[in-house]
Write a protein that binds this ligand. Sequence first.
Ligand SMILES: Nc1nc2c(c(=O)[nH]1)N[C@H]1C(S)=C(S)[C@@H](COP(=O)(O)O)O[C@H]1N2
Ligand SMILES: [Mo]
Length: 411
Amino acid sequence: MKHFPKMSIEDAPEDSGRRGFLGVSGLGLAAGILGVGVPIQMTSTRALAQNGGLDGKDGLDVLNDRPINAETPAHLLDDDITPIDRHFVRNNGIAPAETSAEGWTLTVDGLVNEPMEMSIDELRENFEVVTMALTLECGGNGRAFFNPPASGNQWTYGAVACSEWTGVRLRDVLDAAGLQDNVVYTGHYGADAHLSGDPDRSPLSRGVPIEKAMTDNVLIAFEMNGEPLHPLNGAPLRLVVPGWPGSCSQKWLTRIELLDEKHDGTKMAAPSYSVPTYPVAPGTDVPLEDFETIHAMPVKSLITHPQDGAEVGTEIDVRGHAWAGDREVRRMEVSSDYGESWQEAELDDPVNNGAWQNWRTNVTVPQAGYYEIWARATDSEGVMQPHAIRWNPKGYLNNSFHKVSVQAGDA
Ligand SMILES: Nc1nc2c(c(=O)[nH]1)N[C@H]1C(S)=C(S)[C@@H](COP(=O)(O)O)O[C@H]1N2
Ligand SMILES: [Mo]
């Protein structure tokens, strides 16, 4: 591990984020205008398949091919631990072509006593290597259901996953670097390129308050499910910051900067990953100064079985996952009568802090026919998922109930 002389923030390489890039891609905007219920896969699935863009992924729905964004249908998220080929992909820019661990380095600098530059082998050798199941959810998961529509990728349910990540704790690395007393925030940098091709612009550079960075389930990961990271999920090195918007989990991680003020990297400023500080009517044009950055994600759940539209018997196995940002899920309930009555599901503890919780129950419907199965989770502070979407301009934090429809036969 190379320790190098102190570098002040002023000396740090110039990053476009400091100029406050707030652009919305044309495609994202178009998808937003098309809205819910219109197929937005268009030709991009074919285009991607032709250029090998989604190699090693299976069954994902492509929302955008430049940058690549693909989500996982809910019924393909049935596993307790999400297989690599079913982990969603959310790119803001162009993934680096070279993602080999060989020669990759991570720089830790800014307000630390010992700035460091380490290879991935040095990370493994110098710090305790841990494996944890950690939930990653995009802040915009569920955006497709906003009315009026919000611009951006029209995620439905599947921008969430819980894989097993192996790496070292960010906290251990920051302890070794020695945080100076005035550190309040991290800044994360990755090796992906801006869509414009301008090498001085960054597609994404987010950070978190230092308290969150020092949580013992925040990892600098080099493996998922016991294998090297998938190139689209940040190979060879990424952050995994469970419970917070997925954007905090920088992929293709090259540098972590320690700061005495909130990071000002790309997509740190409102309205990116931000919501109004007060409730607003759908469609409101909210002034930028009235936004605040999203921290922990809210309580949410997913029905992974039965599949939406399935034909079932009158006794139905219902199961899925639930998660609650920095909290735990305490209760899981299911309804098959539009919320008239709810039955409690069996709910597992998380396998570790930051993992989603698996739940299951058996629902008996009174006769053959059409039913909707609704699921709702309640967190450790007693906060339950809402019936409806709390509308916000950029379409974040949709944690309303997941509902699947089934046709029950007499079987
Ligand atoms: N370098 C970099 N890191 C990134 C992104 C990105 O575009 N570039 N996207 C972020 C967002 S918005 C999300 S939701 C997660 C998605 O992780 P995944 O693609 O592995 O599912 O990565 C985050 N890390
Ligand atoms: Mo995201």
